[in-house]
Each structure stands twice: as C-alpha cells, then as structure tokens.
Write a protein that binds this ligand. Sequence first.
Ligand SMILES: *[C@@H]1O[C@H](CO)[C@@H](O)[C@H](O)[C@H]1NC(C)=O
Ligand SMILES: *[C@@H]1O[C@H](CO)[C@@H](O)[C@H](O)[C@H]1NC(C)=O
Ligand SMILES: *[C@@H]1O[C@H](CO)[C@@H](O)[C@H](O)[C@H]1NC(C)=O
Ligand SMILES: *[C@@H]1O[C@H](CO)[C@@H](O)[C@H](O)[C@H]1NC(C)=O
Length: 377
Amino acid sequence: MNSSIKIHIIGCLVLGLSCGVWGNSVSKTCGFPAIYNFGDSNSDTGAGSAAFTGVHPPNGESFFGSLSGRGCDGRLIIDFIAEELKLPYLSAYLNSLGSNYRHGANFAVGGASIRRGGYSPFHLGLQIDQFKQFKYRVNVLYNQLSGNRTEQPFRSGLPRPGEFSRALYTFDTGQNDLYFGFNHTSDEQVRSSIPDIVDGFYQALQELYNEGARIFWIHNTGPIGCLPYSIIYYKSKQGNLTNLDANGCVKSQNEIAQEFNRQLKKQVFELKRNLPLAKLTYVDVYSVKYQLISGAKKQGFLSPMLFCCGSYYGYYVFCGTKVKVNGTVYGNPCKNPSQHVSWDGIHYSQAANLWIAKRILSGSFSDPPVPIGNACF
Ligand SMILES: *[C@@H]1O[C@H](CO)[C@@H](O)[C@H](O)[C@H]1NC(C)=O
Ligand SMILES: *[C@@H]1O[C@H](CO)[C@@H](O)[C@H](O)[C@H]1NC(C)=O
Ligand SMILES: *[C@@H]1O[C@H](CO)[C@@H](O)[C@H](O)[C@H]1NC(C)=O
Ligand SMILES: *[C@@H]1O[C@H](CO)[C@@H](O)[C@H](O)[C@H]1NC(C)=O
C-alpha cells in the first residue's frame, strides 16, 4: 500500500467519510441525496401518463406488476440509476397520486424534445421552469412546516432544501427533436437544426447551474435509426433499402444522431469551461445501445428488429391495443419480453435497459470515466 492511499484511508476514518477499498484503489462515493431527471419517454416514470392518456397494460408487467406510467415492461435506465445510488424510484413531478419527492423528482415527459414545438408541450425549457417552481415551493413549504409531530408527515415527502446543490441532475433527451425532424422535414434540415437544439440544451443546463445544481450526468442520444418503429416507417416511405446498415438500421438517421452527439459533447465541454463549479459527465449511451443491437443474438436476445408489444400491418399498432384485419389479430404481446431488445418498437425492454445500465453506470462509456456514484469528484 503506498502512502497516499494510507493517508486517504486515515482521512476516511477521521472524517467519517464513506470509503471502501477495492484491490489497490480507494474509493469514496458521493452519497447523492437526490436525483432530478429531465428528458423524454426513455426516462419518464409517470408524467406522460399523469398529464395525458395513461399507458395501457401490459406495460409494467415484468416488474411493477401493474401500470407504473412507464412505456416499458419494467424498469427504465433511470430506475437502475436510482437502484445503483440506493435511492427510491423517482416520482414524476406531474403525478399527484402516491408521489414522494424526498429524494428527488422526475421532470421527464414522454414525447418531449429540447426545443419547443415538437410532439409534447413539455419541452426541456418548460421542464426546467417546473424544476425552479418545485425548488421554490419546497423551500417555502419546508420552512412553513415546523416538523412537529403533526406536521412531520407533510414534510417527509419533501427534499431537504439544503440538498439541491448536492443532488445528481440527469438528462436523456434529444431523440424527439431528431425524430420530429425526420417526421416533418428532410434529413438535411434535421442536420442543420442540430446547433439550435444543442444550444437549447446548453441554456437549460446553465439555468440549472444558476439555481445551484452542480453535478450533471448527461446521456447522449441513442441510434434512433435502429428503433423498429423508425425502420418500419423508413421502409414504407422511402423504400431505399441501400440506406440500411448491416444490422438493418436506417444509416442516415444514425449518422444524424451521431452528429447530434458530437455537437452535444462539444457543448458539454463548453459548459465545463464556463461553469467552474460544475461536474459534468457525458455518457455515450449511443455506443452501448448499438453494441447491444449488433450483438443481440450473442447476448441471448432475439432479433433486435422484432418487438414484443404492439404490431405493424401497414399501420403501427400501439402497445396495449389490438386490431383485427382480414381475420388476423395484430397487437398480441409476446410471452417473454426479456428476450426482446425492443419492448414496443420505440422503447427498450427492461432486459435491454438492464444490459445498458450495467455498462454505463460503471463509467466505462463516460467522459470522464467515473462510476455514477463518483460523478461528484
Ligand atoms: C405544530 O405546529 C403547528 C404550527 O407551527 C401548530 O399549529 C400545531 O399546534 C403544532 N402541533 C403540535 C402537536 O405541537
Ligand atoms: C409522421 O409519422 C406518422 C406516424 O407516426 C405518419 O403517419 C406520417 O406519415 C409521418 N409524416 C411524415 C411527413 O413523415
Ligand atoms: C438511397 O440511400 C443511399 C445511401 O444513403 C443514397 O446514396 C442513395 O442516393 C439513395 N437513393 C435514393 C433513390 O434515394
Ligand atoms: C386485407 O385484405 C385486403 C383485400 O383483400 C387487402 O387489400 C389488404 O392488403 C389486406 N390487409 C392486410 C393487413 O393483410
């Protein structure tokens, strides 16, 4: 054991920090008291269901046993993040039933984009406004309530005001900006809109920083051209099969997603330069998802082009609905969701989310390459 490690361990003992020794390296964890998450359906834990029409069964069947507001058979990556940090699953800010915000809140809403004017009104700027209001009201309420026996139960669902600056702020967003673009404009127009989209991200993060947020964990966007939904609509509209890669993904859409990620990463480094007290981790979720899709069969999954819930017969049948055409029923869910990479053609299955989470939480796809529990250092 070298002397710096000895000193470190003594520091841990003396200061009472939570430290562990693994092999030759010494590690402490940040002990995040809370998570505040922003984004779209990839990390929505109930907001879309609370604000609009709820998701239908069999969503939730593999884990929650009932509807949990997630577009998935079970847990999302954000749920595995909460587990990793030993925090409860995040309640959606918009969900008024059964919510608890003691350890954070989730502002992500299915369909949301960074820029306004996409599929959902809850664009990233609005999510940040909601966070500001949340924080303001928590501060007022917490101080109004005395914490005596009668009032303690009302306080117990609130975060401690002092904990906002020690919380982890997580993002998984951008996919709907791109998809809305593919759906309504040309690929070239989507490409040229990227600087404006990543500017929106920069501003949102800067605003959180101004509110006292310090530690940020930022997912880049996934290979959108590999979503079965993207592929189905691409094939039915363009019929240009030379634009599919070896895995059957839409090459041009993935190239634009990668360009988005390059510019997002540049903005993250720009933010690092300009926000001296911030700790920012950029996480290459794209590469992990693409690895899973390219190696699906080796990893024990069925073809990544298949999906479990919902169907397609010339039209997309949404998960939880069924359509009978010419005597054939479309939309019967599969028996084993855990064999599928894609749950419903748009969202990954719980099994896929777990596969992805295992790889990103360790830090091996992050810049800097630190595990999520150490993202504050
Ligand atoms: C608790 O505090 C509130 C307001 O400060 C007060 O009205 C109430 O009587 C207190 N209750 C008890 C049981 O002390
Ligand atoms: C947008 O997507 C919908 C299906 O979600 C499709 O019906 C429509 O044709 C698409 N529009 C364009 C311009 O791609
Ligand atoms: C089909 O896609 C390929 C690869 O992106 C492109 O080079 C080619 O011009 C496209 N052809 C048509 C007819 O759109
Ligand atoms: C249903 O039958 C009609 C008439 O034979 C045919 O045009 C159509 O493609 C069929 N649809 C499906 C989904 O098989």
